[in-house]
Design a protein around this ligand. Structure first.
Ligand SMILES: *Cc1c(COP(=O)(O)O)cnc(C)c1O
Length: 472
C-alpha cells in the first residue's frame, strides 16, 4: 500500500518536471542569452532536467523551476567564463605551481601578446627572406647570458629531460645516483621519465651516499649518459656524499660518455642577495664545463613555462636533429615572452627591478609590514580578529627547498569559523584570494601580494567580515 503510494507520488513528481523549453525561456536565463548561443543554453538545460529526472526517480525531493533555472545559469556561466581566473596569491609561496609559478610583467606580457596577435617573424629571417630559425634570438640571448655555445628551448624542463635522454641514451643506460631519483609535484618522476624516453635506468650508490667509484663501476659498453639532478624539493642531510657534475666530467673524459645536469629551477641571478642559500648560477655551471644543462623557464628565471637547454655545439646539435623536437617545440607566444624575459636580464636596472618573481624575492620585511597595514586599513573589520604577525615562507617551485624568507602576515580568526571555513570564504570571492593555513590559523601572507592586489584584498577582507555578520 505505502509502496504504491510512493510510486504514484514519484510518477507525479516526474510529470511535474519543468520542460527544457520552459527553463530556456525563463527570465532567470535572460542574461545568459547575451553571451551564450541558444543551442548551448538548451543543451545545458537538457542536462539539468535529465539530472533532476534521475534525482526524483531515486525518490529525491523535487527542486522548483527557479532553482533549476539558477543551476542552468551557473552551469552556463562556468562553461562560458569558467576558465583560468586571476587570483590573489596570499600564500607567501613565490613560485606556486598550482597558481601558475612565475608571474609575468604586465608591459612585457602585453608586448608579447601584441607581437603574437598577428603574423610574427618566428621562423623567418627578415634579412634574407628565407626560412629562419625559431630559436635564433633566444639562442643569442642565452649565449650572452650564460656563455653557452648553443641552446634550444622546449615546452618545459620535463620535456628537456626527455629530449636529452632520448637523443643521447635511447636503448642505453643512464647512470643516476640513488640520492637523486626525484619526484617533483607528483607528475614528474625521474625514473619514469627516463624509461619513457627510451633509456634504461642504471641506479648507483645509496640514498645518502654515492661515490665517483659507483659511477665508474657502472660504465660499460651500454652506457649512454651520466646524469646529475638537482634535488629541488628536498635535501639529504647528515652522513652524505654526492658526486658533482664536475667530478663526472673526469669520467666523461676517460670514457667519452656525455654528462648532463638537470638544474631544476636554475637561476641567472645570484640568490644570495635575497638572503637565500647561494647556488651556482647557470652561467657558473656552464663555465665549469658541464656540456649539457637544462632548467625551467617559469621557476627562478621568472618567465613563461619552458625548458631551456644550454650546452656545447656538438651535443645541442644532436638534440636539434632529433625529430621529437618538433613534438616538444614551444609556440610563438612562449618564445615572445621568453625572449623578452631574457632580455630584461641585460637591462642595467637588473632582474630585481624588472622581473616580478625577483621583485617579490627582493622585498624587505619593512615593505611587507607596510603592505599588510595598507590592506588592513582598507578593510574596516568588525567581526574578524586580525593580527599582523612576522613569519617565514618558502620560495616554492622546487627552488631552495630548505630556505625560507622572512615575511609578514595578516592572521585572521573568528569565533564561529575555523581556518578552513575562512579559507573557503576567501576562495569563493569573485577574484579568489588564496591564503594559507598555519597552526590552525588562516593567514594572508604579504610576500606574494602585489601592490595592485591591495584594493582587492581589502575589499575581500571587508566582504568576508560582513558575511560573517550575516551568518550570525
Ligand atoms: C621542476 C623540475 C623539473 C620539472 O620542470 P618543469 O619545467 O616543471 O617541467 C625537472 N627537474 C627538476 C630537478 C626540477 O626541479
Amino acid at each position: 500500500m505505502s509502496q504504491d503510494k510512493k510510486k504514484s507520488s514519484g510518477a507525479a513528481a516526474l510529470r511535474s518536471l519543468p520542460s527544457v523549453e520552459r527553463l530556456v525561456t525563463s527570465a532567470e536565463l535572460d542574461e545568459a542569452r547575451q553571451w551564450l548561443g541558444r543551442g548551448w543554453i538548451t543543451e545545458t538545460a537538457r542536462r539539468v532536467v535529465q539530472e533532476e529526472r534521475e534525482h526524483r526517480g531515486r525518490g529525491g525531493s523535487p527542486r522548483d523551476p527557479a532553482e533549476l533555472a539558477s543551476t542552468v545559469l551557473a552551469r552556463c556561466r562556468s562553461l562560458r567564463f569558467g576558465g583560468i581566473r586571476r587570483v590573489v596569491n596570499a600564500t607567501g609561496v613565490v613560485l606556486h605551481t598550482n597558481l601558475g609559478r612565475a608571474c609575468i610583467d604586465r608591459e612585457l606580457a602585453l608586448e608579447a601578446v601584441e607581437a603574437a596577435r598577428g603574423a610574427v617573424s618566428v621562423e623567418l629571417d627578415l634579412a634574407t627572406g628565407e626560412r629562419g630559425n625559431r630559436y635564433e634570438s633566444v639562442q643569442r640571448l642565452l649565449g650572452a647570458l650564460t656563455g653557452c655555445e648553443a641552446s634550444v628551448v622546449v615546452n618545459n624542463n620535463a620535456a628537456a629531460v626527455l629530449l636529452v635522454v632520448n637523443t643521447l641514451a635511447l636503448g642505453k643506460e643512464v647512470v643516476v645516483s640513488r640520492g637523486e631519483l626525484i619526484e617533483i609535484g607528483g607528475s614528474f618522476r625521474l625514473p619514469e621519465i627516463l624509461v619513457g624516453s627510451g633509456a634504461v635506468l642504471r641506479e648507483v650508490g645509496t640514498t645518502n651516499r654515492t661515490h665517483l667509484a659507483d659511477f665508474r663501476k657502472a660504465i660499460g659498453p651500454s652506457t649512454g649518459l651520466l646524469m646529475k639532478t638537482h634535488t629541488s624539493n628536498y635535501r639529504v642531510e647528515g652522513f652524505t656524499k654526492t658526486v658533482s657534475a664536475r667530478e663526472l666530467m673526469a669520467l666523461s673524459a676517460e670514457t667519452g660518455v656525455p654528462v648532463y645536469e638537470d638544474l631544476g629551477s636554475g637561476s641567472l641571478a645570484d640568490l644570495g642577495r635575497y638572503g637565500l642559500t647561494p647556488e651556482p648560477t647557470v652561467q657558473q655551471v656552464v663555465a665549469s664545463g658541464i656540456p649539457l644543462v637544462s632548467f625551467s623557464g617559469d621557476k627562478l628565471l621568472g618567465g613563461p613555462q619552458a625548458g631551456i637547454i644550454v650546452g656545447t655545439r656538438a651535443l645541442v646539435g644532436r638534440l636539434m636533429e632529433n625529430h621529437l623536437l618538433r613534438a616538444l617545440r614551444t609556440d610563438k607566444l612562449t618564445m615572445a615572452l621568453l625572449e623578452r624575459t631574457l632580455a630584461q636580464y641585460l637591462d642595467p636596472k637588473g632582474p630585481s627591478a624588472l622581473i616580478p618573481t625577483h621583485q617579490l624575492l627582493a622585498r624587505t620585511p619593512e615593505e611587507l609590514r607596510g603592505l599588510a597595514q595598507q590592506v588592513l586599513a582598507g578593510g574596516r573589520l568588525e567581526r574578524l580578529d586580525a593580527h599582523l604577525l612576522q613569519d617565514r615562507a618558502a620560495v616554492g617551485g622546487g627552488a631552495c627547498p630548505t630556505d625560507t624568507l622572512p615575511t609578514w602576515t595578516i592572521t585572521l580568526a573568528h569565533d564561529g569559523s575555523g581556518a578552513d571555513d575562512l579559507a573557503a570564504r576567501f576562495r569563493a570571492r569573485e577574484t579568489p584570494v588564496i591564503g594559507r593555513v598555519k597552526d590552525g590559523k588562516f593567514c594572508l601572507d604579504m610576500r606574494t601580494v602585489r601592490a595592485d592586489d591591495v584594493g582587492e584584498l581589502s575589499s575581500a577582507l571587508g566582504a568576508v567580515d560582513r558575511e560573517l555578520g550575516g551568518a550570525g
